[in-house]
Design a protein around this ligand. Structure first.
Ligand code: FE2
Length: 261
């Protein structure tokens, strides 16, 4: 029997978190689609941006099993202790070791050991970090034999770097998905050696603005070029992600399906 994983793209602000955490919403999707495990990128799930203990807790209570991160993970210092202490939170592993948190976790989900790891891209990202490909290799080596299913959230800007990572890990990781750009791509596939892949899961938040931010804020940035405070867009909220059907016996992915509701 397959082990079905739902991966949710960047949860943006109070709107995105509120939409996912509405009573019965995520639990309904899980039941309807036979989902065994949920991963959500939560680096911007707090009001404004960043992650807080409150936004993380709301996602966990709604049914998320592991929250992944990105360049905004450390925006709010209130979450630093939780990043260190809670095994359900991961942040990009190729940031310096002195940054709070950890880049990988293994969670036992009803007897299936799920390795979730998180790596940041290098191309066009604001923070210079260690090589993403070497980092992924090191994690797989260190965790060898300790998991049944493995999932990478590759938080990166360019489609090329994300696609290259998919090929790099094909046959060695069960599912590789991209986050960070907030726009869902239509390239979901199972690569030749059995890795489920999608370049970007998309966003969970308001589809009325620009990547979850009010249109007028972004227009100001592009047309006036002076600082502007970003405010969350409102209305027309969506949940974007992908469902990976996986086989814990072989560690391979059987099928990938995009989801947008
Ligand atoms: Fe990001």
């Amino acid at each position: 029997m397959s082990f079905r994983i739902l991966a949710l793209g960047d949860v943006v602000g109070e709107r995105g978190t509120g939409y996912i955490c509405r009573p019965g919403f995520l639990s309904g999707i899980k039941k309807e689609r036979g989902i065994s495990f949920v991963i959500a990128n939560g680096e911007n799930s707090a009001k404004g941006n960043g992650l807080t203990p409150q936004s993380a807790q709301a996602l966990f209570e709604a049914g998320v099993d592991v929250i992944t991160g990105g360049n905004h993970t450390w925006q709010k210092s209130s979450v630093y202790t939780m990043l260190d202490d809670d095994a359900r939170l991961v942040r990009p592993a190729n940031f310096p070791g002195a940054a709070p948190g950890h880049g990988k976790t293994v969670i036992d989900a009803g007897g299936v050991r799920v390795l979730v790891f998180n790596v940041s891209g290098n191309a066009f990202m604001t923070e210079p970090v260690a090589n993403a490909f070497e980092c992924a290799d090191r994690i797989l080596e260190s965790e060898r034999g300790g998991y049944d299913v493995s999932v990478l959230d590759f938080h990166a800007e360019t489609t090329s770097e994300k696609i290259a990572m998919g090929w790099h890990l094909d046959g060695r990781v069960t599912a590789v998905f991209g986050t960070h750009t907030h726009v869902q791509t239509a390239d979901e596939t199972v690569l030749p050696c059995g890795t489920g892949y999608i370049t970007d899961l998309g966003m969970c938040g308001s589809a009325n603005g620009v990547l979850g931010v009010k249109t007028e804020c972004i227009m100001h940035k592009f047309t006036v070029h002076t600082p502007v405070r970003f405010e969350e867009a409102q209305g027309n909220e969506v949940l974007c992600g992908a469902i990976f059907d996986t086989d814990p016996a072989s560690g391979k992915c059987l099928k990938v399906e995009r989801i947008r509701v």
